[in-house]
Design a protein around this ligand. Sequence first.
Ligand SMILES: N[C@@H](CCC(=O)N[C@@H](CS)C(=O)NCC(=O)O)C(=O)O
Length: 207
Amino acid sequence: MSGYTLYWRQDAGSVVVEAALRMIGADFNCVEMPDTAMCQTPEFLALNPAGKLPVLACPSGPVIAESAAILLALDDLFPEARLLPPHGTSQRSKAVQWLIFMATNIYTADLRYHYASRHTTDASPEAAEAIKQQAARDMDRDFAQMAPAIKGPFLIGETMTITDVYAAMLADWHAPALQLPEIATLVAHVLENDAVRTAWGNQGFGG
Ligand SMILES: N[C@@H](CCC(=O)N[C@@H](CS)C(=O)NCC(=O)O)C(=O)O
């Protein structure tokens, strides 16, 4: 299988998709979208009406948006790559649970942090600052909820899954998470993986 196209930007959620494609060993090419305005063109909105990255165009036709959805689709297409544990196992349920938890809670809080003014009708800098501070607290709370679920060094124990890579991506955006020993250990082990390290280097992570 070859010919995936990953739409990406430095320091964006596309890094975990590049890591997944490298873990699979899939052929892919990258289209950089260096600024948000490029994601508002009719051509890009036809790929993802939300105008957001990451987006993955598959050689078989589908174009997938939403980071967690892309990872689940890649796992379905390449089960032998073990991005996630096998279907029907309790380990898979756990890995999927925390993947979705992070996508719907921590990723969204990080977006509130970075695009705070979009989340209030009050145009004052104080309002945006309050949104930002609450978003940081939300991320602290969410990482703290996840940490006790980590068996160590990875979420499900000795085997790394794409959920761990996702957690490392979010911790790169929210450094206070690394004060939690379970998260710091998980991230350190994720970054020992060659595919992850290459994606991190290509997409401006780890700096
Ligand atoms: N829920 C989406 C969030 C995607 C998202 O917001 N991506 C950011 C980059 S990390 C983006 O494209 N932001 C541009 C914008 O909001 O204008 C996902 O998980 O893929």
